[in-house]
Design a protein around this ligand. Structure first.
Ligand code: SF4
Length: 227
């Protein structure tokens, strides 16, 4: 079976899960909904690295409380230890604290919003602890720049759908998705969040529930043991 068209995948997932998603399930969206601004939202995205959004939300709340609402001035004055203690629940707290410190030292609200997206992407990627996924989530969700962030759920579902090969490079996946969907910001954002929701609820890492999946009849189920 050939890989299905992403537009069809998107149509079916949107029908199954609805749109927009509950902001509580996506820390970056929650940060935006709470009016945190670009700096606060970028910090929120860093907090989601290697953890679930529930833990990231708790860490964000704690950091918010002790930093005068994620004030840049306050965060600049805080030590790595103070930041790490506040965000401990999200894991890798020292590394994330160092990244947060580097962010407030290197960026402010104005540069994050006014810098040309390509230049900003390069600057973000040269910041310790910021990789392509974190940069892409920020560019797509905050700047509205048409890119495609790939997390573990997106990668797994796209692999099982036969859209990408196992172990495909991040940049190659992003390019392939954009090639098919075009620079359609809304479609890219929807596909990103809906693949995550699908990976959390149905196409889970272990024992995906193919029998309940709205994509079952068009999915080649690459690498899935249906026994
Ligand atoms: S049919 Fe199975 S492998 Fe394919 S997307 Fe659905 S749950 Fe995942």
């Amino acid at each position: 079976m050939r890989a299905p068209m992403l537009r069809e995948v998107l149509r079916r997932l949107e029908k199954a899960y609805g749109w927009p998603p509950n902001a509580e399930e996506f820390t970056a969206m929650l940060a935006k909904a709470k009016g945190l601004g670009p700096l606060g939202t970028l910090i929120a995205i860093v907090l989601t690295q290697n953890t679930n959004d529930k833990n990231a939300n708790v860490a964000l709340e704690r950091l918010y409380e002790i930093s005068d609402g994620l004030s840049r001035k306050k965060l600049l004055a805080m030590s790595i230890e103070e930041i790490a203690n506040a965000i401990r629940v999200s894991g890798m707290q020292r590394q994330k604290a160092r990244t947060i410190k580097a962010i407030v030292q290197g960026f402010d609200e104005t540069t994050l919003m006014s810098e040309d997206p390509e230049t900003l992407a390069k600057k973000l990627l040269s910041t310790p602890g910021i990789g392509p996924k974190t940069a892409d989530v920020f560019l797509l969700m905050v700047r509205g720049y048409p890119t495609f962030p790939i997390d573990t759920h997106c990668r797994r579902v796209l692999t099982r759908l036969g859209f990408i090969r196992r172990g495909e490079k991040y940049e190659a996946i992003r390019e392939a998705v954009i090639k098919e969907l075009g620079r359609d910001r809304e479609a890219l954002l929807k596909l990103h969040t809906l693949l995550i929701t699908h990976g959390r609820r149905i196409c889970t890492a272990r024992k995906p529930r193919c029998g309940e999946c709205p994509l079952s009849d068009i999915c080649p189920k690459v690498g899935v043991d249906e026994g």
